[in-house]
Ligand binder design. Structure first.
Ligand code: BES
Ligand code: ZN
Length: 612
């Protein structure tokens, strides 16, 4: 425990205020009953409503030094904030008076709390702080790790509970706030945030931002580097390192059409601009829906726009997730299940029904595998993540089981009624954070009659493991054909003729061969299709899994290059797992040693546990 003398002072004042706190408790119980197991903040107490953030980004020392001024909605005189590994220098009120505070570290996942003692007249608090070693949200890239090799790069990834590693805040998705920021970076670099953004570099390296819509802390984002802007439409554009802007601009040219498709279905886009930032390959995810500025991995630049459903996904979060937000990480399916559903509807609008069905079938395959392999208690839509890292919920249950629940409801009531319902849902709950139970109440009131509810087995879908029998089962004719082609390749050992196959057909073909190939078959396929040289990261990732399975060493140079440059967890974790499963743990370890400096802390930690 730090700040003992302040703590003592705090206790004295606290005790004298005891009766007053008790009165607050009564008021609180009528106000809010949300409990977030991943935040120490008192959600029914004093809340933070607005942030003024003033920061200096110090690349030499890999440090952010900042002042966070929070506006309060005062309810009672202790305020608890989340933090993880921050050095708190001082906390003052709006008149510059020091406020007593106490800090306590709990564990490495949740970090710890800061307890600040307030008085009713305190309207704002100003926290001066700096980051210490390796905050989990931040990746610092040296000049040599960038494409242009001129300026270093910094980017953040706050979801799920990492915002607290670079900003002391109430780090629960049930708390929303607006913000303004002033960020100083080395001249020559551009700074970008999940807010209004500059399109040009400022000569003195100082940038101002404003986010006028209230957002939860996990959507706080910052990126600094040698980024260039290129417009796509009036309200959309690309930021990327100059070497990548051109190809990114080509790849994402359809984003304006995607926005229009989503707006037709679910109402206006309410965040002003929609831009994309293409990060270096070490970005740990495919994409992150930071408001106004989606962050994406460059691994979706396939050159043929075949992987843009990921952009549709992040864009879809502008409704499901950013507008209507899961109140806790146990309700994560409200963010991701709805987003997969909207993503597929956008893709259908642009590319047709058969394409939707193909994506749905890929999703079903992932879901079936997850249900086969996960313990039953991890297959509930309403998750139970108490005591766990909410990152563990990122997987097919929230995404794919969530999607199939909505698809099953859609089939029951018809598309027209379901579309109207969803539009109404976003209108009703916009800029709010809600629980699964809030959604269910709304569903019961506005869409499903009692009988339909029972026939759909809604409660079973949400609160029980596995998959109800009534699930909508996708059927893609193209994919059924490919299943046949796989079977015949396995018996005849003759590679198929694949004229006019799309990327997703190759992906499905290769996925279907998992667990069914030997060295010779992999060699035959490589000679016929040159998969080891594929530019499509989704094809390459599943291909490399087959190569490991068959110990097809001619692909191992590519495998190592892929695993050392790409930090996208979804690709590299299965590759490490497969190496370990196939008795190639030493090889896996060697790759990890070479790769570790290129990984974001999120990826680093996920790989490191495989070697424990
Ligand atoms: N919001 C998620 C990423 C995320 C979730 C990060 C939870 C940390 C914790 C994002 O929208 C997402 O789902 N990304 C996917 C892509 C999508 C097409 C399934 C990814 O990164 O693979
Ligand atoms: Zn998502």
């Amino acid at each position: 425990m730090k700040n003992m003398q302040l703590y003592a002072a705090l206790m004295v004042i606290l005790c004298s205020h005891y009766s007053c706190i008790n009165a607050d408790k009564n008021k609180r119980s009528q106000m809010n009953t949300i409990e977030d197991p991943h935040s120490f903040a008192d959600l029914s107490g004093t809340r933070l409503t607005h942030l003024e953030w003033d920061a200096v980004i110090d690349f030499d020392h890999r440090k952010i030094k900042a002042r966070a001024q929070w506006t309060l909605d005062y309810v009672k005189d202790t305020l608890i904030l989340d933090e993880n590994g921050l050095r708190i220098l001082s906390i003052k009120d709006q008149d510059g008076h020091l406020l007593p505070f106490e800090e306590h570290e709990v564990d490495s996942v949740r970090g710890g709390w800061i307890k600040v003692l307030l008085q009713p007249k305190v309207q704002k608090i100003e926290i001066e702080y700096e980051t210490m070693d390796r905050p989990a949200a931040l990746q610092w890239l040296e000049v040599s790790q960038t494409m242009g090799r001129r300026y270093p790069i910094l980017f953040t990834q706050s979801q799920a509970i990492l915002a607290r590693s670079w900003l002391p805040c109430m780090d629960s998705p049930s708390i929303r706030f607006t913000y303004n920021a002033r960020v100083k970076v080395p001249p020559g670099s551009l700074a970008l945030m999940s807010a209004s953004n500059p399109q040009q570099k400022s000569p003195d390296g100082v940038y101002s931002f404003s986010m006028t819509q209230p957002i939860p802390s996990y959507l706080m984002a910052l990126a600094v580097g040698d980024f260039e802007f290129r417009a796509i439409s009036e309200r959309t554009g690309i930021y990327a390192e100059p070497e990548m802007v051109y190809s990114a601009h080509y790849e994402f040219a359809e984003v304006e059409r995607m926005i229009q498709a989503a707006e037709n279905l679910y109402g206006s886009y309410l965040w002003d601009r929609y831009d994309l930032l293409v990060l270096p390959p070490s970005f740990p995810f495919g994409g992150m829906e930071n408001p106004r500025l989606t962050f994406v991995t460059p691994t979706i630049l396939a050159g043929d726009r075949s992987l843009v459903s990921l952009v549709a996904h992040e864009l879809a979060h502008s409704w499901s997730g950013n507008l209507v937000t899961n109140a806790t990480w146990n309700d994560f399916w409200l963010n991701e299940g709805f987003t997969v559903y909207i993503e597929l509807r956008i893709m259908e609008q642009l590319y047709g029904r058969e394409f939707h069905e193909m994506l749905a079938q890929l999703s079903f395959t992932k879901l079936e595998e997850a249900l086969r392999t996960l313990p039953a208690d991890q297959t509930l839509l309403k998750a139970r993540l108490e005591g766990k890292n909410p990152d563990d919920a990122v997987g097919p249950i929230a995404y794919d089981k969530g999607y199939f629940f909505l698809r099953t409801v859609e089939r029951k009531v018809g598309r027209k009624a379901f579309d109207e319902f969803l539009k109404n849902y976003f209108e009703t709950f916009k800029f709010q954070s809600i629980t699964t139970e809030d959604f269910l109440k709304f569903l019961r009131k506005n869409l499903l009659k009692k009988r339909e509810w029972e026939e759909l087995e809604v409660d079973r879908w949400i609160y029980e493991p596995g998959l109800p029998e009534n699930v909508f089962r996708p059927s893609s004719t193209r994919f059924s054909m490919i299943e046949g082609i796989c079977a015949s390749f396995i018996t005849t050992k003759r590679p198929p003729i694949t004229k006019n196959w799309s990327a997703h057909e190759y992906i499905y073909f290769l996925q279907n061969l998992r667990g069914r190939v030997d060295y010779n078959m992999v060699h035959l396929l490589d000679s016929a299709f040159d998969f080891t040289k594929s530019r499509n990261s989704e094809i390459l990732a599943v291909w490399l899994l087959l190569c490991i399975e068959a110990k097809y060493t001619p692909a191992y140079k590519t495998l190592e290059a892929f695993m050392t440059t790409t930090g996208r967890r979804k690709f590299i974790i299965p590759l490490y797992q497969e190496l370990i499963k196939q008795n190639q743990k030493n090889q896996a370890k060697e790759i990890f040693l070479k790769a570790q400096n290129n990984y974001h802390p999120i990826t680093y930690n996920s790989v490191a546990v495989l070697f424990d």
